[in-house]
Ligand binder design. Sequence first.
Ligand code: MG
Length: 256
Amino acid sequence: MITFKKPNEIDKMRRAGKLVADAHHAMRDVIKPGVDTMTLDQVAERVLFAASAKASFKGYRVKHIPVPFPGTICVSINDEVVHGIPSSERFLEEGDIVSIDIGAYLDGYHGDAACTYAVGSISEKRKELLAVTQESLYMGIKQAVPGHTIGDVGHAVEEYVLSHACGLVRDYAGHGIGRKLHEAPQVPNYGKPGSGVTIKSSMTFCVEPMVMNGAEDVESTSNGWTVVTRDGSDAAHFEHTLLITEDGAEILTPWE
Ligand code: MG
């Protein structure tokens, strides 16, 4: 069921989204070569706890994975696409790219956003991947206006990514968000123009392209959670939580 948010709910979602953005800003200061990924998790957790929020992902369960997600954030490095698990034994290295996904649950509502960061100085190829993925997010957001459809959003993302000779992750999608982290509708990163659910004012959903440098194929690793590209190529992930207004999409998680 798609939920349309009332003004008081929108206020709460703005606050949850702003908190996610604050946690991303804190990431920028700590992401550097030599830092272990559990440290990133702890920094994000401190930002959330200081606002009396909870981590949306910690303890999250899905049917086919025996253990709940253990981290506050997802930390996915290089060929890891999404759902990387923070670890005190995993260190960032110069030249890595690291995707950080943060969800905050504040006052009954969730915010959710991802960004891929450069660790030190990165190759031109990786810079290009980050630029294409981030821009594909904005191409999708531009289509997220009342009267358009979810298919229009996905189509814009897909067309942009494929025209830049990158691959698209099709097994994972954006989603409605609100009282629950994952609500209807699903927001795939591909689609036919004019297809799917019609977008209306006061809907809230996440757009989150996941893009790789190589072939469009991913697999899960032995921990059950972490998804990697099958050919070992690099992947990037950018996401915003959006509020649909009569004037277009308002970004609720302004991490830029
Ligand atoms: Mg999401």
